[in-house]
Design a protein around this ligand. Structure first.
Ligand code: MEV
Length: 326
């Protein structure tokens, strides 16, 4: 048994296929080089002490026997449930001191909940010499997300584990790496936090009102995702940009875009982007544009001009890993 371990997991950016992926369809997602870092230390006693300044929790203390309780504040529930699920699955118990530190704000929609969950469980696996493989880490982390949040396809959990760029089908039915170099992306943040469970529920209401139309939209999104997968390997950014615009139209038809997202998307296209779309649940959070390298600065300026904040990230970051410096 090790005493202390530090694990980091990357944030994510959805590139194609959001919402449809909740209904059995594929999506394409890239890991980004902004990371969530989690240090876990085994201690004597039966307390979990959590220091998570980015999750607004300082010196939060909970009894190990009471982990995952509904009364736990939302901000710390992912860590608390992750520990409980790990201990339950292995029949283990120990006092713990956990510290989290994020490179990115939990407001961006970069997947801080999945990254913190994955990093916590991987750290516990290291400390207690369990050697969970990626698939086992996925199952336990995805269960934790569903326990806390109730909904989600699991794509964010998968990319936090495997990293780089992946083709993912609902609940991890397929998790396949896509061969592609770093992408010429510009990311713009709207300043508005998206409520993912609420947006998923709104799409579900729409689906129940008109199944034929909404399943038709999901089928069209699936076609785009499969075409995009091929184009990434061919590095055809012009056609990928066109597909982003088509995907955005379909997301609009699902009512998940917003005036703020539309404004940033339109201004980036006017400034020369190959294409642009919202990234994630919609309603706020971020948009992403694929740009010719010589238009990057102009597109960034247009996004700022339109009221957005440019977030500098690199795509295809490494998946969850052990950090040497504790
Ligand atoms: C949210 O980032 C993306 C959704 O497709 C939800 C999910 O796949 O878990 C809307």
């Amino acid at each position: 048994m090790k005493k202390k371990v530090k694990i980091s997991a990357p944030g994510k950016l959805m590139l194609f296929g959001e919402h449809a992926v909740v209904y059995g369809k594929p999506c394409i997602v890239t890991a980004v080089d902004e990371r969530m870092k989690v240090s876990v230390e085994a201690t004597d006693g039966n307390l979990l002490t959590l220091n998570a300044p980015d999750l607004i929790a300082s010196d939060y203390v909970e009894k190990i026997d009471k982990l995952g309780d509904e009364s736990v504040p939302k901000e710390v529930r992912f860590v608390s449930k992750a520990v409980k699920n790990f201990f339950d699955s292995r029949g283990l118990k120990s006092g713990l001191k956990i510290e989290t530190k994020s490179d990115f704000s939990s407001k961006f929609g970069f997947g801080s909940s999945s990254a913190v969950t994955v990093a916590t469980i991987k750290a516990l696996s290291e400390i207690f010499d369990c050697n969970l493989d990626n698939r086992e880490l996925f199952e336990l982390s995805y269960k934790t997300i569903l326990d806390v949040q109730g909904v989600g396809s699991g794509f964010d959990v998968a990319v936090a584990i495997w990293g780089e760029m992946i083709y993912f089908v609902t609940k991890g039915k397929k998790i396949e790496k896509i061969d592609s170099p770093e992408l010429p992306l510009v990311v713009g943040y709207t300043g508005i936090k998206a409520d993912t469970p609420m947006l998923i529920s709104e799409v579900n209401k729409l689906l129940n009102k008109d199944k034929k139309r909404v399943f038709g939209i999901f089928d069209s999104i699936e076609k785009i995702v499969n075409e995009a997968r091929q184009l990434f390997t061919e590095r055809d950014y012009v056609k990928l940009g066109e597909l982003m615009n088509e995907n955005q139209k379909l997301l609009d038809a699902l009512n998940v875009s917003s005036p703020e997202l539309d404004k940033l998307i339109e201004s980036s296209k006017l400034a020369g982007a190959y294409g642009a779309k919202l990234s994630g649940a919609g309603g706020g959070d971020c948009m992403v544009a694929l740009v010719p390298p010589d238009k990057k600065v102009k597109v960034e300026g247009a996004i700022e001009e339109a009221g957005g904040t440019v977030i500098n990230v690199k795509s295809r970051a490494q998946g969850a890993r052990i950090e040497k410096n504790i």
